[in-house]
Ligand binder design. Structure first.
Ligand code: HEM
Length: 455
C-alpha cells in the first residue's frame, strides 16, 4: 500500500535532487508563488528528498510518510529546534515550543495533566458556552468570521487553561499575539534585538504587546501565589507542580514562559483552521447541509457535552479536511544538531530539515484529487488505509502538539454549532479556494467574509 520513497540523486552524488534557488532568483521565478507552493512544486519535480540552499544554508525537504515517521521518531535526538523557534525565545522565553531537552521533557511532564482526556472532557462545556455567547451577538448580513474565530479561540484557551472568565481586553491580547507572530520571522535576523527598539509602529506594537502580556500573566501568577487554592486549570497545575525527578517547583519566569506559549500556540492555530473550514463549507452547500443535519440530529438545541464528541463524525471529518488542505502549521522544521543520514545522504550539522504538512497532505499517492474538499476521506476505513504520517497536522513524537485533544474537540463542536444555527453563503464573485498566507502559521488572506443567515 505504502509506495517506497522516491529518492533521486542530483549531479552531485552526495546531494539529493533539488532546485537551484539562485537560478530561480535570477530568472525572477523564485518569489512568484508562496513558500508553501514552492515546497509543493519541489516534491512534484524532485521526489521525496529534496535539497536546496537558502541564505547559505543547506535545506533538506522530506515528502514521504516513512521519512516523516523517522523525522519525528527515530531521528528526533539528532535535531535542535529550528532557527525561527530558537530566535523566538526573544519573545516567548523558554516555554514548551522553544525549549530544548532536557528542559522540554521536564516541562512537558508538568503540563501534561492539564491536557489529559478527563480534563479535556471538562472543557467541552466551556467550548459550547463560549461559542453560543459569541454567535448570539452575530447579526444576519455580511461578516468577517476570521476575527470572530480568533476571539473565540482566545476566550476558550483563557477560560479552559487559566480560568479567565472575562478576557475583557481581548483586543489587547489579540493585538499582542499578532505583533509576536509578525515579529517571529524577523527575530532571527542579525540585530533583531535592536530592531525591536526601532521607533516604528510594528515594533511599538510588539513592545506594548509584550508589556501588556507580561502584566497580565505576572499579575495572574502573583494573585494565585497569594491564594494558592487549586482552581483545576493549567495555571494551578503549573504553580503547584514539583518535578517528580528533582522535586523543584517552577519559577515565576518559567510559569510565565509556559503561559505565553500556550496563549500563542493555542489560539491562532485553531482559529485559522476554523476560519478555513467556514470558508470551505460556505462554498460547498452539500457539505454544509450534511453538517447542519448531523448537528441538529445529535444536539437538537442543546449545548454539546464530551459524550457528543464521537457522535459528530461528520463535523470532525470537515475539520480534518480543513486541517489537511490548510494545515495551520504548514511545515515542521528542525536544525541538524548531530550528523546523520536520510536515505543514504549525510545531513550536515546546521542544515535545516523540513517536513512540510502542506505538501504531504496534498500528495496524490494518498489523496485522490488532493485539492478537492471531501470529508469522506476521513471515514474510519479510509483513515485506516493510509500511512500514519500521510496526515500530521499536530506533528508527532515527543514534540507532538500538547493541545491536540482540545483542538479536536473545539474544531468539531464549533463547526457543529455554527452550522446548526447559521447558514453561510459566499459573497458574489468570491473565490471558492481560499487564499492562504504562509506566515508562521497558515492564515486566510484578507479574512473570511461571508453572508450569514440565521437558520
Ligand atoms: C488546530 C489547532 C492546532 C494545530 C494545527 C497545532 C499544531 C501543532 C504542531 C504541528 C506542533 C508541533 C510543532 C513542532 O514540532 O515544531 C504543536 C506544538 C504545540 N502546540 Fe499545538 N496546535 C494546535 C492547537 C493547540 C492548542 C489548542 C494548544 C494549547 C492550548 C497548543 C499548544 C501547543 C504547544 C504548547 C506545543 C509545543 C509542544 C511541545 O513541543 O512539547 N496547540 N502544535
Amino acid at each position: 500500500m505504502n509506495p517506497p520513497p522516491d529518492i533521486r540523486a542530483s549531479r552531485n552524488p552526495s546531494l539529493p535532487a533539488g532546485p537551484q534557488l539562485l537560478r530561480r532568483v535570477l530568472s525572477g521565478k523564485a518569489f512568484k508563488t508562496s513558500t508553501a507552493e514552492f515546497l509543493l512544486r519541489n516534491a512534484r519535480e524532485y521526489g521525496d528528498l529534496v535539497h536546496f540552499t537558502a541564505l547559505n544554508r543547506n535545506v533538506y525537504q522530506i515528502n514521504h510518510p516513512d521519512l516523516i515517521a523517522d523525522f519525528f521518531l527515530k531521528d528526533a535526538p539528532n535535531h535542535h529546534r529550528n532557527l525561527v523557534m530558537q530566535a523566538g525565545r526573544q519573545v516567548l522565553g523558554h516555554g514548551l515550543l522553544t525549549s530544548e531537552e532536557p528542559l522540554h521533557m521536564r516541562q512537558r511532564r508538568l503540563a501534561q495533566p492539564a491536557f489529559l482526556r478527563d480534563r479535556i472532557a471538562a472543557y467541552a462545556e466551556v467550548i459550547g458556552s463560549q461559542t453560543e455567547t459569541l454567535t448570539a451577538r452575530w447579526k444576519p448580513g455580511v461578516a468577517d468570521l476570521h476575527p470572530e474565530m480568533l476571539e473565540l479561540a482566545l476566550r476558550i484557551v483563557g477560560k479552559c487553561l487559566f480560568n479567565l472568565d472575562a478576557l475583557d481586553d481581548v483586543d489587547a491580547v489579540a493585538s499582542a499575539v499578532d505583533a509576536f507572530m509578525n515579529f517571529m520571522p524577523l527575530s532571527f535576523l542579525p540585530f533583531s534585538k535592536q530592531i525591536q527598539q526601532l521607533p516604528i509602529p510594528s515594533m511599538k506594537r510588539l513592545r506594548d504587546g509584550k508589556a501588556f502580556l507580561d502584566r497580565l500573566i505576572y499579575g495572574m501568577i502573583a494573585e494565585r501565589r497569594k491564594d494558592p487554592v487549586d482552581r483545576g486549570d493549567l495555571l494551578s497545575m503549573l504553580l503547584a507542580s514539583t518535578d517528580s525527578e528533582d522535586a523543584t517547583a517552577m519559577s515565576d519566569q518559567q510559569v510565565h514562559d509556559e503561559c505565553i506559549t500556550i496563549i500563542l500556540a493555542g489560539h491562532e492555530t485553531t482559529a485559522n483552521a476554523l476560519s478555513f473550514a467556514l470558508h470551505l463549507i460556505a462554498h460547498h452547500p452539500d457539505v454544509q447541509q450534511r453538517l447542519h443535519a448531523e448537528a441538529v440530529a445529535v444536539l437538537a438545541d442543546r449545548a454539546p457535552t464530551a459524550a457528543d464528541y464521537p457522535r459528530l463524525p461528520y463535523a470532525n471529518a470537515v475539520f480534518s479536511e480543513a486541517l489537511r488542505l490548510y494545515p495551520p502549521v504548514w511545515v515542521t522544521a528542525r536544525t541538524c544538531a548531530r550528523e546523520y543520514e536520510i536515505a543514504g545522504f549525510k545531513i550536515p550539522v546546521g542544515a535545516s530539515i523540513l517536513a512540510p504538512q502542506y505538501v504531504v497532505h496534498r500528495d496524490p499517492r494518498y489523496w485522490d484529487q488532493p485539492d478537492e474538499l471531501n470529508p469522506d476521506r476521513f471515514s474510519p476505513d479510509a483513515k485506516a488505509s493510509r500511512p500514519r504520517y500521510a496526515f500530521y497536522p499536530f506533528a508527532g513524537g515527543s514534540r507532538q502538539c500538547i493541545g491536540e485533544g482540545l483542538a479536536w474537540m473545539e474544531g468539531t463542536f464549533v463547526l457543529a454549532l455554527v452550522a446548526r444555527d447559521w447558514k453561510l453563503i459566499p459573497l458574489p464573485g468570491s473565490n471558492a479556494i481560499p487564499e492562504a498566507v504562509p506566515a508562521i502559521s497558515l492564515r486566510p488572506k484578507g479574512g473570511v467574509r461571508l453572508h450569514i443567515e440565521r437558520r
